[in-house]
Ligand binder design. Structure first.
Ligand SMILES: Cc1ncc(COP(=O)(O)O)c(C=O)c1O
Length: 518
C-alpha cells in the first residue's frame, strides 16, 4: 500500500494525547487488528511514510519498532516492512477511505472537513409535531416502501414540476441521503473497469462510490469541459457533474454549458448524473439556471435535504427515467427494504414550506462567507481565496507547501481540514484545501479580538526528535485554546518546524456533533 493510501486509512491518528510515535503505532495496530491492513500487506518505507504524514522519520521508525515488538509487523533487511501473518485474499472495505476522517466519532477534533448545518432547524421539530396525528392513524401499511413513501415521492415530484420539469412520483426514488443515491447509481450502472467521467476537483463521496465499483475515473475540468473529445476517445459508462454551487469550488454552470453537456451525453449514450445537493444554497438574490434535467429527461438528478435542513434527517432522492428508478429500487430493496417512514413524512410536510428557512440560512451563509474571507485576507494575505455566490465551501490555494502536509500539521493541532488532492481524481490540486464557511462571525470576531500572534521561532534542524514533536505541540495547542475556550487558533510560530504556515480559526459551530460527509 502506498504512503498516501496508508495516510488516508490512518485518518485522525495524530489528534490524541501522547507522543506521536505512540499515537501512530496505536492507530496502525488498530487498522491491523480490524483487518484494514491485512496480513502480508507491505507497509511503506520509513522515509516515505514520514513524508506523507509530515513527521520526522524517527517517529515512523519508533512506531514500527513498537509494532514489531508486538509482533504485528515484520521487518526484514532488503524486503521491507509488512503486516505479520500469511497473505490471504480479502475484500477491502473501501479502496479510498477519505470518509474515515469524517465519520470517526468525536475526539475533540474540530471538523473543518465536514460541511453541513450543525443542528436541525426548529422547522424540523414543527414538521414532526404536525405529522404525529397522521402517523398515529396509520393502518394497513406494514411500513416497507423501497421506493419511498408515496407522500414524499409526490412532494419531491411536485417540487420538480414547479421548477418547470414535469415529474411524476414514478420518476422519484427516495434514499437515505444523496450518498446512498450515488452509491446505488454506481452499483446500477457500473461494472469493474468501466470508465466514469468526473470533474476535477469534485465531491470525494462520489469518487469513493465509483471506486467502490472498481471504476476507472477520468478527470475533466470543472463542467466536464472536454467531454466531447473524451466521449469520442473511449466508451464511458457514466458522467457525474455538480452543476450548481459545485463542491468544492462553488461554481455554477451556465445554461449554455448545461444544454451542451446534456446534448453530448445523449448523443454519446452516456448516462449523466446531475448532483443537485447544493443547488438550493444560493446567497440572497442569486438566481440559478434550471437543472440539467430541464435540457433532457434522461438526466439522473440527485438531491437531498442534508444541506438545506439537516444531514441527520437522511432524506435524499434520485429523479430519473422510470426504468432507472425500477433498477435502483431493486438494488435498494436488497440492502435495506426502504427508509425511515416518520422521517419521510416529516420531509414531505417540510418540502413545500422550505422557502423561509432557505432565505434565513442564505443571509447567514453569505455573512459567514464574507467574514471568513475577510479574516483569511487579514491573517493569511498570501492565500488565494476566490469568493463564491452560494454553497458552503471555499477552494483555497496555499502559497507554499501542499494541502496534505498542511492537513497533517493542522490535525496535530486538533483541526481536521480536507486536502485538495483527495478531491481530485487526476491526482492534482495538491496545493489546495477545502474550507467551509459555516462558522458564526460572532464567535470568530470575538475570539479574534482576544488574540495576538506569537512570533515564529526559527528552526535549527530539519529532523524533529520525538520529544520536540510531541511536547511543544501539546503546549502550543494548550496555549491556543487558553485565549478563548471556544476557539483553536493555529498561527505561524505555533507550528513545529517544517510544518506549513497555517492560521485556522474555528468556533463550536463548526464542530459537527454527528458524523457528516461534507
Ligand atoms: C455534492 C454532494 N453530494 C452528495 C452529498 C451527500 O449528501 P447526503 O448527506 O445527503 O448523503 C454531499 C455531502 O456533502 C455533497 O456535498
Amino acid at each position: 500500500m502506498n504512503p498516501i493510501e496508508v495516510g488516508e486509512r490512518l485518518g485522525r491518528w495524530s489528534s490524541g494525547r501522547g507522543p506521536l510515535h505512540v499515537l501512530l503505532s496505536a492507530r496502525l495496530r488498530q487498522l491491523i487488528d480490524e483487518g484494514e491492513l491485512p496480513p502480508g500487506e507491505p507497509l511503506p518505507p520509513d522515509r516515505a511514510l514520514a513524508s506523507a504524514l509530515a513527521v520526522g522519520r524517527s517517529t515512523v521508525v519508533a512506531a514500527y519498532e513498537l509494532l514489531r515488538q508486538d509482533e504485528r509487523i515484520v521487518r526484514r533487511q532488503g524486503s521491507g516492512t509488512q503486516v505479520a501473518g500469511a497473505t490471504r485474499a480479502r475484500r477491502q472495505t473501501t479502496g479510498a477511505p477519505v470518509f474515515l476522517h469524517l465519520l470517526e466519532p468525536q475526539d475533540g477534533v474540530i471538523l473543518l472537513a465536514c460541511a453541513a448545518p450543525d443542528r436541525p432547524p426548529p422547522e424540523l421539530a414543527d414538521a414532526y409535531a404536525r405529522i404525529l396525528p397522521a402517523l398515529a392513524a396509520i393502518s394497513g401499511d406494514i411500513g416497507y416502501h423501497p421506493t419511498g413513501h408515496p407522500v414524499l415521492r409526490r412532494a419531491i415530484a411536485d417540487r420538480y414540476t414547479q421548477r418547470g420539469i414535469h415529474t411524476d412520483p414514478d420518476h422519484i426514488l427516495v434514499t437515505n441521503g444523496a450518498q446512498q443515491a450515488l452509491s446505488l447509481l454506481a452499483r446500477a450502472f457500473l461494472t469493474p473497469g468501466d470508465r466514469v467521467l468526473v470533474e476535477a476537483p469534485t465531491y470525494h463521496g462520489a469518487l469513493e462510490a465509483f471506486r467502490e465499483q472498481a471504476a476507472v475515473l477520468q478527470a475533466l475540468p470543472i463542467g466536464l469541459s472536454g467531454l466531447k473529445a473524451a466521449a469520442r476517445q473511449h466508451r464511458s459508462a457514466l458522467a457525474y457533474v455538480i452543476s450548481t454551487f459545485h463542491n468544492p469550488t462553488g461554481s455554477v454552470l451556465s445554461p449554455l454549458t448545461r444544454r451542451t453537456l446534456v446534448e453530448i451525453c445523449v448523443a454519446a449514450g452516456i448516462p449523466l448524473i446531475d448532483d443537485e445537493v447544493l443547488s438550493d444554497l444560493g446567497f440572497p438574490g442569486e438566481q440559478v439556471p434550471p437543472p440539467l434535467a430541464a435540457f433532457g429527461n434522461s438526466v439522473m438528478s440527485v438531491g437531498s435535504l442534508s444541506k438545506t435542513v439537516w444531514a441527520g434527517l437522511r432524506i435524499g432522492w434520485v429523479r430519473a427515467p422510470q426504468f432507472a428508478i425500477a433498477r435502483l429500487a431493486r438494488l435498494l430493496a436488497v440492502h435495506d427494504l426502504g427508509g425511515n417512514i416518520p422521517a419521510q413524512l416529516a420531509a414531505a410536510d417540510l418540502l413545500p414550506r422550505l422557502q423561509p428557512l432557505a432565505k434565513r440560512w442564505a443571509v447567514e451563509r453569505e455573512a459567514r462567507h464574507d467574514h471568513l474571507r475577510a479574516e483569511l485576507a487579514r491573517h493569511l494575505p498570501g492565500w488565494d481565496v476566490p469568493p463564491v455566490r452560494g454553497g458552503q465551501t471555499l477552494w483555497v490555494r496555499v502559497p507554499r507547501g501542499d494541502g496534505t502536509s498542511f492537513a497533517q500539521a493542522a490535525l496535530r493541532h486538533q483541526v481536521a481540514v480536507l486536502p485538495g488532492n483527495g478531491l481530485d481524481a487526476s491526482g492534482h490540486s495538491a496545493e489546495y484545501l477545502r474550507l467551509h464557511f459555516l462558522a458564526s462571525p460572532r464567535t470568530t470576531r470575538g475570539s479574534m479580538a482576544a488574540e495576538r500572534p506569537p512570533r515564529r521561532q526559527p528552526s535549527t534542524s530539519s529532523t524533529r526528535s520525538l520529544a520536540k514533536t510531541s511536547e511543544p505541540r501539546s503546549a502550543r495547542v494548550a496555549e491556543a485554546r487558553e485565549h478563548s475556550p471556544e476557539t483553536a487558533v493555529l498561527r505561524p510560530g505555533q507550528l513545529g518546524e517544517g510544518e506549513p504556515e497555517v492560521a485556522v480559526r474555528v468556533g463550536p459551530e463548526l464542530q459537527c456533533p454527528e458524523a457528516g460527509a461534507g
